[in-house]
Structure formats: structure tokens, C-alpha cells
Ligand binder design. Structure first.
Ligand code: SAH
Length: 359
């Protein structure tokens, strides 16, 4: 196994079977894998970590994904939408505190009002700072909407494929969701000129290592610039969460599997941005994201303000909702990264190297 890791660290592309073997690693050999991926991150991207301020600006959603806490049919959720002023205030906070980019995330809506508002908010943020990077994560929209949002100033878009396996995709979504349409949306985003990110949930009920290996090949073949993926976590008010409740043991397994996925992604894709997702932190509050960095990730997305506090943007149970922007929390994060030899790249928007090279 050491030989295989060494070979891939040097840049040779693993076969499908080798990817499966790497994803299955545990204990000391998993650590060897993570360290190799972290070295590749260091070598190609340096010891920098980019920060993106995450604004979860609305939990109103027209979709009914079987795993997601803010799905349309979940009547227990108090729905909210932040005002333009609140969103701009969050963005201003991020800019003032040196976050190089903001991510605006919400449930999915495609009515004209929403589409127009998002465009206006994006240009509003660009008026505060022309340099701050803006990433949108608002789901599937029409090519026209993607173009409008791109023209209003957003450079990046995150849309997870959730799983690249068409059958599993259908199993975890309601009948209105469509795998081919999701794939087309990724193409539409690229055509609209976005830097495109995608990703999957890791440890879904019934998901195999073979499918996860195919997910990694999908990332590579789609030539993605950004990868955001994290462990699946049950939400008690969703069909999937009710049917497959989490245990501590399952969560720890998924955490390790997620770290292995991050590591193999770094080894295969080299120069992309990889986020250490919030769901890592949900399983391991003290060090989940740091472990993500140590397995090859280079982006952290602290949650900004209001929405997190209100607890209503709860995609899964035990989602961390501490105030990550309180001065203490920021200094803690900085210190914990320093301990592992990483520094926060303040005021850098952090365009993925992979994207820059393609231009
Ligand atoms: N509506 C937007 C963004 C909101 S959801 C969109 O569709 O892109 C953002 C991500 O949270 C989803 O893509 C999904 O991968 C993740 N997520 C949702 N429910 C989850 C759960 N129960 N466990 C882990 N991740 C979850």
C-alpha cells in the first residue's frame, strides 16, 4: 500500500480498483494516505488556507430531497429569508474581516423575484468590494438565470451532483429530481462562464466504495475546479434520516471515509480547491475541518451570522451553530491552523489554480 500511495503522490493516476483500495484504508495506512495528500497540497498550493464567509440566506425550497432537513415537505421548519440589507451586512462583515470570498447559499427557488433579487444582491456586494470573490450555491436554474447571475458579478457556483450514480441519485431524491438534468446544469454553469464546483455526500445508505471511486473519476472527467463534499448525516425529520438513523459508530466511519475521499481527490486532481466541509465539523466539532486540511483540503467556509444563529438552516442533525465570527472563534481557528503549519490567506479571493491554468 505504501508503494501505491508513493506512486500516486508522484503524479501517476490510480486505476479504479486502486481508488477503491485507497478509500478502504483505515488506521495507520489511512494516515499515510492523508499525509501524502497534504504534502501534495503544500507543494502545489502552499501552506495557505482560503476562507469563504458562508451566508445561508434562505431556507425556502421547492425541492424535496429525501435527506435534506429544509426539504419542502418538512413542516417543522420555520422558513426564513434574510433581507437584502441583512445579506449585504453579512457580506460587509466578511469583507471587513479579510475573508477573500463569500458564498451565498439557499434553498432552491426559480421564481422571477428570487432570480432578480439574487442578481441585485450580487452586484450590491461587488459595489462594496470589487475584489471579493462571490460563489453562489442556489441549486438548479435555467441557463438564462445562470448567465444573469454570472453577468451580475458572481464568479463561482457550487452545485453538488450528490452522487454520480444515476440509480442512487434517484433513490435519495423525490421523483421530480432528475440526474441528467443535474448533469446538464453543471454544463450550463460552465457555459455561463462560472468556475464550477461540485461534490457528493459520503456514506449514503447503500453507497459502495465502488460508487465513490466513480464519483472521483466523475470529478476528474468533468474537469471541475472546486470540490465540496462531506459525510451524509441523518436528519430526523426526513424520510432518509428516519429510515437510517445515525449511530456514533456510523458517523466515525463516515468521517474517516470523507477524509479518505478528500485525500484521494487531492492526489488525483492536484490543483483544485477542496473544501473542508461543515459536516466534518458536525461529526468532530473540535478538529473536523483541521483534519480535512491535513487530508489535503485548502478551503474553510465559516458560517456568517444570522441564519446560523436562528438554527433554521438545519440540513442535518447536530449542525454546528456556534458564532464562528466572534473574535474568539476566529482567533481559535487561526491558532489551530497555525499549529498544523497552515496560515489563513486573508484578503485573497483564492481563485482555483486549476481554473487559472485552463484560461
Ligand atoms: N439548494 C442548494 C444548496 C443547499 S444544500 C443546492 O441544491 O445546491 C447544500 C448541500 O448540503 C447539498 O448539496 C447536500 O450535499 C448537503 N446536504 C443536505 N442534506 C444533507 C445531509 N442530511 N447530510 C449531509 N449533507 C447534506
Amino acid at each position: 500500500m505504501e508503494k501505491l500511495i508513493e506512486k500516486i503522490e508522484k503524479g501517476s493516476m490510480p486505476t479504479h480498483d486502486e481508488i477503491v483500495q485507497l478509500l478502504a484504508l483505515q488506521g495507520e495506512s489511512a494516515l499515510l494516505l492523508h499525509r501524502a495528500a497534504h504534502r501534495v497540497k503544500r507543494k502545489i498550493l502552499g501552506n495557505k488556507v482560503f476562507l469563504r464567509g458562508l451566508v445561508e440566506f434562505s431556507n425556502v425550497c421547492r425541492c424535496d430531497c429525501l435527506y435534506c432537513g429544509i426539504r419542502k415537505s418538512n413542516e417543522k421548519v420555520a422558513r426564513y429569508t434574510l433581507s437584502d440589507a441583512e445579506i449585504l451586512e453579512n457580506a460587509r462583515f466578511a469583507i471587513d474581516h479579510g475573508y477573500g470570498a463569500v458564498v451565498l447559499q439557499s434553498g432552491e427557488r426559480n421564481d422571477e423575484n428570487f432570480v432578480k433579487r439574487v442578481a441585485e444582491i450580487v452586484s450590491g456586494i461587488k459595489k462594496i468590494s470589487a475584489d471579493v470573490g462571490i460563489t453562489l450555491s442556489c441549486g438548479e436554474e435555467t441557463p438564462d438565470t445562470y448567465r444573469l447571475w454570472r453577468e451580475s458579478g458572481a464568479e463561482r457556483y457550487l452545485l453538488r451532483i450528490e452522487t454520480s450514480d444515476a440509480a442512487l441519485f434517484q433513490q435519495i431524491h423525490d421523483e421530480k429530481a432528475n440526474y441528467q438534468r443535474r448533469r446538464r446544469s453543471l454544463d450550463d454553469l460552465r457555459e455561463a462562464g462560472f468556475t464550477v464546483g461540485s461534490g457528493v455526500m459520503i456514506g449514503l445508505p447503500g453507497q459502495t466504495l465502488d460508487q465513490l471511486a466513480t464519483d472521483l473519476e466523475f470529478f476528474r472527467d468533468q474537469d471541475l475546479d472546486m470540490i465540496g463534499m462531506g459525510p451524509f448525516l441523518a436528519h430526523g425529520d426526513t424520510p432518509l434520516g428516519k429510515r437510517y438513523p445515525d449511530t456514533e459508530e456510523i458517523k466515525q466511519k463516515r468521517l474517516l471515509l470523507a477524509l479518505n475521499m478528500i485525500a484521494v481527490t487531492r492526489l488525483m486532481l492536484r490543483d483544485v480547491n477542496i473544501a473542508a466541509a461543515t459536516s466534518l465539523q458536525a461529526i468532530s466539532p473540535a478538529d473536523g475541518r483541521q483534519r480535512g486540511i491535513l487530508a489535503g483540503a485548502n478551503v474553510i467556509m465559516p458560517n456568517l451570522g444570522e441564519a446560523a444563529k436562528k438554527r433554521n438552516y438545519r440540513l442535518y442533525d447536530n449542525k454546528p451553530d456556534i458564532d464562528e465570527n466572534a473574535k474568539n472563534a476566529r482567533l481559535e481557528l487561526e491558532k489551530s491552523l497555525q499549529k498544523i503549519g497552515e496560515i489563513i490567506a486573508y484578503r485573497e479571493s483564492g481563485t482555483p489554480l486549476h481554473y487559472l491554468k485552463r484560461q
